[in-house]
Design a protein. Structure first.
Length: 299
């Protein structure tokens, strides 16, 4: 009997956490968090880390395990998840992975190109150039070193432009030469469950969740990491808007409204990404019994 990784995915605020607990308990299994921000120790309120009672109810992995100062990416996540699954599948027939980080989900399900580890000095030098010269300067450099990727990449996405240049400088080869886009074979099956709600219902939940985060201490949490606001780990909805308030650029209410707006925008982005995947079985987030029955019948 082949083992199965069940992937519970969906937009932010849709209700993945509650359902994941019910599924894990029904299958007597453990949960892998697939959230690129819940993994940071310093972030809790703004990343909607499950409540303590949930974490004690079912074993969770990849929650608050590294620091915002640590370098982490989808490639590392892929390696660590696949390695952990080898251990968990020794005693479990199914393991549940849940979250909404699109690249992290794809990294585990499809694999990610093997890219070289970047020298910290190269990364630091490029970031310094970005700060001093602006993104347009790096566009020119990327066009010279890797014209093929230059014409494909979203030039407004500074992170991707930087990473492509890092690889060029590190290896002397084009970033394009490392992009094979070959789906890796896994020695386990994958079942993807997608959650959604009507747009108005989803947006109301997102707005309410932001208000609850504010009540639970998001402002204080954001202030505690404000001095490190230039870290990529903090370029995150819920924090970057409050940083603008701390900088004196906008009022607190404007910052909260921006958190709501940017959270809704991120939800749209997630849904747009997930809808391209024809392997996802979609359900309304409140159909817990139906989803659990479907999983048991399928695996």
């Amino acid at each position: 009997m082949r083992k199965t990784l069940i992937v519970l995915l969906g937009p932010t605020g849709v209700g993945k956490t509650d359902l994941s607990i019910n599924i894990a308990k029904a299958l007597n299994t453990e949960i892998l968090s697939c959230d690129s921000r819940q993994i940071y120790k310093e972030l809790c309120v703004g990343t909607a880390v499950p409540e303590k009672e949930y974490l004690e109810m079912v074993p969770h992995h990849f929650i608050r395990t590294i620091s915002i100062h640590d370098y982490y990416n989808a490639s590392k996540f892929e390696f660590e998840v696949v390695d952990l699954l080898k251990q968990l599948f020794q005693t479990k027939d199914q393991v549940l992975m849940t979250g909404g980080s699109m690249m992290y989900i794809d990294a585990v399900c499809k694999g990610i190109d093997d890219l070289p580890t970047i020298d910290p000095e190269i990364r630091s030098n490029l970031k310094e150039r970005l700060d001093k010269e602006g993104l347009e300067s790096l566009w020119i450099e990327l066009k010279r070193l890797d014209p093929e990727y230059y014409h494909k990449v979203d030039l407004k996405n500074g992170k991707r432009v930087l990473h492509a240049l890092e690889v060029c400088y590190m290896t002397g080869k084009t970033f394009t030469s490392f992009r094979k886009n070959i789906v890796k074979k896994r020695d386990f099956d994958i079942l993807k469950i997608g959650l959604n709600r009507d747009r108005e219902e989803l947006y109301n939940r997102i707005n309410q969740r932001v208000e609850l985060m504010i009540q639970d201490g998001l402002i204080e949490e954001a202030r505690s990491v404000y001095d490190h606001r230039y870290l990529n780990s903090l370029n995150t909805v819920g924090y970057k808007e409050l940083f603008q308030h701390f900088d004196g650029n906008i009022s607190l209410q404007e910052a909260i409204d921006l958190v709501k707006r940017d959270s809704r925008r991120y939800a749209r982005k997630q849904l747009s990404w997930f809808r391209r995947d024809k392997e996802i079985h979609w359900f309304h987030a409140d159909e817990a019994e139906k989803i659990i029955e479907f999983i048991k019948e399928t695996v």
